[in-house]
Design a protein around this ligand. Structure first.
Ligand code: NAD
Ligand code: ZN
Ligand code: ZN
Length: 385
């Protein structure tokens, strides 16, 4: 296999590659499978052959929910995994044939944020400049003479991508790419939101709002951190079974009560939970998650993404609660994603339980529909044949 691959690498390195990708030409429209051109990697960049990619709610947000419509045409996909095809000048940590996970957050290792252990923000991330566009304006993708954006710098619904090394985690050779791709966003985010950002403590009582992959991973994080009781809250009761598998002790549907779920939780926990995590992306739910915390020491973490403002009464914070947010679960991606892959390989964290569907890239619009209508947790797309 390696002899064949080496030959193939020499054939494509330094050249433009033509390959298949699912292109989002405009919002609120189906994606279109197109032949696109992927340029060779430049200084500090690498080109990756993507084998598998999943779909996260942030794609649904960009396609259907965002108020800003500028981020098109684009290639979506930011939970992918693949193999390095070629590297540009200045890349020394990665070589062709390495298994990698490209991530939508960066770790340049040089900026003041990367050097500070308190945060995983990186000054050089697209998030600091083009958050509404949800990508860098520059791209190595073109189609029919037009540049295509790479969603959140990645664009993993393409057989090949070019990406700067500061966005790439190198992982162990025996990792199954069609599973560990999930660590590119959702699972790392939810898990880290609990273990890093919230800092869930042994014996504590937690509540997770929203039981998609992000929320279920937060449940798993609460459990691994030793929480004694984990409330899993969702308006879709079909999510409860998986929540129990991942460690939830109680499942609640806010629609089943004639009072706010924060009051229900306060009654069940003698005043509120120690930690709450909002994993929906809804400003009303954010407020509810904060109100569900106990005064004095409760911590509420905002994980869900939306561009709608949120609000709360000052007494919520004056009474001693903390309200914070997380990006990618607080993990510095190049250091932490390889460790999370190890945690999966050694059984410390689960991934298989999150996969409800598997499809080919051609079926991408079915996958989008499943995600949009809440019928799947994660669908793994087979990107390259
Ligand atoms: P998902 O669509 O699979 O899951 C969302 C869940 O919330 C669903 O189960 C849905 O039924 C539930 N829900 C909807 N309205 C609700 C309500 N009013 N009360 C309770 N539950 C409700 O999404 P996902 O892929 O798990 O992503 C969740 C959120 O996390 C999204 O907003 C996504 O953009 C965000 N996200 C943030 C980061 C980050 O770095 N902060 C990273 C990845 C994803
Ligand atoms: Zn940095
Ligand atoms: Zn995501």
């Amino acid at each position: 296999m390696s002899a064949i691959r080496l030959h193939w690498e020499m054939d494509t390195a330094g050249k433009v590659i033509k390959c298949r990708a699912a292109v989002a030409w405009e919002p609120n429209a189906p994606l279109v499978i197109e032949e696109i051109e992927v340029g060779p990697p430049q200084e500090g960049e690498m080109r990756i052959k993507i084998l598998a990619s999943s779909l996260c709610h942030t794609e649904i947000f960009h396609l259907f929910e965002s108020k800003d419509k500028r981020g098109f045409p684009t290639v979506l996909g930011h939970e992918g995994a693949g193999v390095v095809e070629s590297v540009g000048p200045g890349v020394t940590e990665y070589k062709p044939g390495d298994k990698v996970i490209p991530v939508s957050g960066s770790q340049c290792r040089e900026c003041r944020f990367c050097k500070n252990p308190k945060t995983n923000l990186c000054e050089r991330s697209w998030l600091n400049y083009h958050v509404d566009l949800m990508s860098y304006p520059t791209t190595r993708f073109t189609c029919r003479g037009q540049p295509l954006l790479q969603f959140t710098s990645t664009g993993t619904f393409s057989e090949y991508i070019v990406i700067n090394q500061m966005y790439v985690a190198k992982i162990r050779d025996d990792a199954p790419l069609d599973r560990v791709c999930l660590l590119g966003c959702g699972i790392s985010t939810g898990y880290g939101a609990a273990v890093n950002t919230a800092g869930v403590t042994p014996g504590s009582v937690c509540a997770v709002f929203g039981l998609g992959a992000v929320g279920l991973a937060a449940v798993m994080g609460c459990k691994n951190a030793g929480a004694s009781r984990i409330f899993a809250v969702d308006i879709n009761e079909q999510k409860f079974e998986k929540a129990k598998v991942l460690g939830a002790t109680d499942c609640l549907n806010p629609k089943a009560y004639n009072k706010p779920i924060s009051e229900v939780l306060a009654e069940m926990t003698n005043g509120g939970v120690d930690f709450s995590l909002e994993c929906v992306g809804n400003s009303e739910v954010s407020r509810m998650a904060l109100e569900s915390c106990i005064k004095g020491w409760g911590v509420s973490v905002l994980v869900g993404y939306t561009d709608v403002d949120f609000s709360a009464r000052p007494i919520q914070l004056i009474s001693g609660k903390t309200w914070k947010g997380t990006l990618l679960g607080g993990f510095k991606i190049r250091d932490s994603v390889p460790k999370l892959v190890n945690d999966y390989m050694t059984g410390k964290i689960k991934l298989d339980e999150f996969i409800t569907h598997k499809m080919d890239l051609e079926q991408i619009n079915d996958a989008v529909n499943l995600m949009k209508t809440g019928q799947c947790i994660r669908c793994i797309l087979n990107i390259s044949k």
